[in-house]
Design a protein around this ligand. Structure first.
Ligand code: DMJ
Length: 658
């Protein structure tokens, strides 16, 4: 140390060589730049800390604060679709969904809003859109928006990926697929109860029949009907999975999803299966799960199953056979069906699933098959404008002239209307065919009993049979939907018939001892809306009456439909619930139940789903966004529902196609 003044100075050495002491003049230019960079970095860090420090106490606050700025901007001009803060992670996005949306009016906001209004008034080009009820929504796969009251199911099932917030989207355009709470405590309790019923049905299936097709709830073992072939395809899992999803039963959903991913394999399937039943339950169920979740596993399995059905279409007319052998593709019809005819309600109930399958896979073959069926039907002469239930697939001629809104006919009419809805209301020839067919039925088959009950009778050639099937009770909802979706010269009549038929079907329940209706009911001199024969007195957990309550509630808002639905739910609890699940009963006119020991897969797919939706908010699986296939699997409406998920070819696939 050498002393040159009062304060000590230090000689510095680098690599043993003395270096000049700290003096500006003595720096080389490279050193000057280095020091400048150090100072600049220091300055930026200090400034940044001052700016963000109060908000960095928790990461949530940071997001909230950015979000508040975003909200304030929106309030200033909510019609502007201001993009949300980017790079928000999933957890934060979920928190924001639960964030209280109300902000106190800030004077700056008021001024800004006024300025914005002035701008609107000055510029006629500006279109004023109503202020959206801003609830942050989640966008999946870079496009589809979803609002949920409970998003955990999506989170846990891996659906929520690449989450970004979108703002300013009208709520109506955002499909609600889970949640649906109402402010009405009574309905909330009912929803809760229906969910508990679903749990009881599912848990017992898991316990006693896991992987089998259905459950025998009395003897507590698996059950399989011939429609499922000779193998176990987990029909209850595939059919019930979307109901679990919609009810927010995430653990159960995940268990079912994993079973399908790992165990459901068409390569292991064998025996003869019903083309119709496999389509509506399996293909339909899988496609709905694909639409709801975007999980391509469901889409690919749906395609694999549908491919197994294609050999059934190899007939001289292209009208498919009823049964297909999964090992060798041999197909045939039921012998009892009017000399080996195909059945109207079967070959006429493939359209929704096949069209949607083409849309999501990019493979046109499925659409071609069902459009061809339409073509064949359009060219046939219809007796009095009516469609007989039997058509010979070899000759292309009608079989026995038996016409029915119930068994053998039913869902053919349903799919005429719904194909039009599914197409985003573009397939107008389908709607026109529906109107023509229904008007012919109203003219020739709609009857009124002496005491004023309306019903669709059956027609065998010219002979009327005054009987209506439980299956035909879906037609109340069908006509209600027809009236609601198009205002035309028929809509008023449709709505009236919809109300009348639903009323009659309710009567068939109310006149039964257990308050659940029979498989078929008749109208004679002595009885109305009651079964006569022993083999018509059973109730096998069918959905059709409840389905009409649900649709009629949504389209009329008449609370009686909810009350009727609740009566049915209570009756199911009282007379069909057993320790091992839910069973059909053999006689609805006997309070002491005699069980059939089958828990049908459609009980989970349809009956419980429609009940749950009946007591939920209308936005949960909105009729504006979804159309139900005949097994109550909701499919998205084209051009309306962002969960439609049409196929987009990757570059690779495009090249392969060229
Ligand atoms: C379901 O499989 C479908 O609703 C079908 O359209 C008719 N029958 C059953 C339920 O009853």
């Amino acid at each position: 140390m050498t002393g040159t003044g009062i304060l000590p100075t230090y000689q510095r050495f680098v690599n043993g060589m003395p270096v000049p002491s700290f003096s500006r003049r003595s720096f080389r230019s490279r050193e000057k730049y280095f020091i400048l960079i150090v100072f600049l970095t220091f300055g930026i860090v200090c400034f940044g800390t001052l700016f963000f420090l109060p908000e960095l106490r928790s990461s949530n606050n940071a997001v909230d604060s950015v979000y508040k700025v975003y909200k304030h901007m929106q309030k200033a001009g909510p019609e502007l679709l201001i993009p949300a803060p980017p790079q928000m992670n999933e957890g934060d996005a979920l928190k924001l969904l639960r964030h209280d949306d109300s902000f106190n009016e800030d004077p700056h906001v008021v001024v800004d809003r006024e300025k914005f209004r002035q701008k609107l008034n000055e510029d006629p080009e500006f279109k004023v859109i109503e202020r959206p009820n801003v609830v942050p929504s989640i966008s999946m796969d870079g496009g589809a928006g979803v609002i949920h009251n409970d998003l955990d199911i999506l989170k846990d099932s891996g659906v929520l990926q690449n989450v970004t917030l979108i703002g300013g989207v009208t709520i109506k355009n955002i499909p609600m697929i889970v949640g649906g709470e109402t402010s009405d405590m009574v309905q909330e309790q009912r929803r809760h109860k229906i969910k508990e019923m679903m749990k009881h049905a599912w848990d017992n299936y898991v316990r006693y029949a896991w992987g089998k097709n259905e459950l025998r709830p009395i003897t507590k073992r698996g059950h399989s009907a011939s429609i499922f072939g000779s193998m176990y395809m987990g029909a209850t899992i595939v059919d019930g999975l979307d109901t679990l999803f919609i009810m927010g039963m995430q653990d159960e959903y995940k268990m079912g999803r994993d079973w399908i991913a790992n165990e459901f394999n068409v390569k292991n399937f064998n025996g003869e299966i019903s083309v119709f039943e496999t389509n509506i339950r399996v293909v339909g169920g899988l496609l709905t799960c694909y639409a709801l979740t975007g999980d391509v596993m469901f889409r690919d399995k749906a395609k694999a199953v549908a491919d197994k059905l294609l050999p059934a279409f190899e007939t001289p007319t292209g009208i498919p056979y009823a049964l297909v052998n999964l090992e060798n593709g041999h197909s045939k019809n039921y012998q009892w069906a009017s000399g080996g005819s195909s059945i109207l309600s079967e070959f006429g109930t493939l359209h929704l699933e096949f069209v949607y399958l083409s849309e999501v896979t990019g493979d046109p073959i499925y659409r071609r098959k069902v459009e061809h069926i339409r073509q064949v039907l359009s060219e046939l002469e219809k007796p009095n404008g009516l469609y007989p239930n039997y058509l010979n697939p070899k000759t292309g001629r009608w079989g026995q002239h038996h016409m029915s809104m119930g068994a053998l006919g039913d869902s053919f009419y349903e799919y005429l209307l719904k194909a039009w809805i599914q197409s985003g209301y573009r397939d107008s020839s389908s709607r026109q065919t529906f109107d023509e067919a229904i008007n012919a039925m109203l003219k020739h088959m709609l009857k009124t009993s002496p005491n004023g009950l309306s019903y669709f009778a059956e027609l065998k050639y010219e002979r009327i049979e005054h009987k209506m099937d439980h299956l035909g009770c879906f037609s109340g909802g069908l006509l209600g939907l027809g009236a609601r979706t198009l205002q035309n010269e028929y809509s008023e009549r449709y709505m009236q018939v919809a109300k009348d038929i639903t009323h009659t079907c309710h009567e068939s329940y109310d006149r039964a001892d257990i308050k659940l209706g029979p498989e078929a009911f008749r109208f004679t001199q002595n009885i109305e809306a009651k079964a006569l024969k022993y083999n018509e007195k059973y109730y096998i957990l069918r959905p059709e009456v409840i389905e009409s309550y649900f649709i009629m509630w949504r389209v009329t808002k008449d609370p009686k439909y909810r009350e009727w639905g609740w009566e049915a739910a209570k009756a199911i609890e009282t007379y069909c619930r057993v320790a091992g699940g839910y069973s059909g009963v053999k006689n609805v006119y006997q309070k002491e139940p005699s069980y059939d020991d089958v828990q049908q897969s459609f009980f989970l797919a349809e009956t419980l789903k429609y009940l749950y939706l009946l007591f939920s908010d209308d936005d949960l699986i909105s009729l504006d966004q979804w159309v139900f296939n005949t097994e109550a699997h909701p499919l998205p409406i084209k051009g309306v529902n962002p969960l439609y998920r049409p196929f987009k070819a990757t570059n690779n696939e495009q090249q392969q196609q060229q």
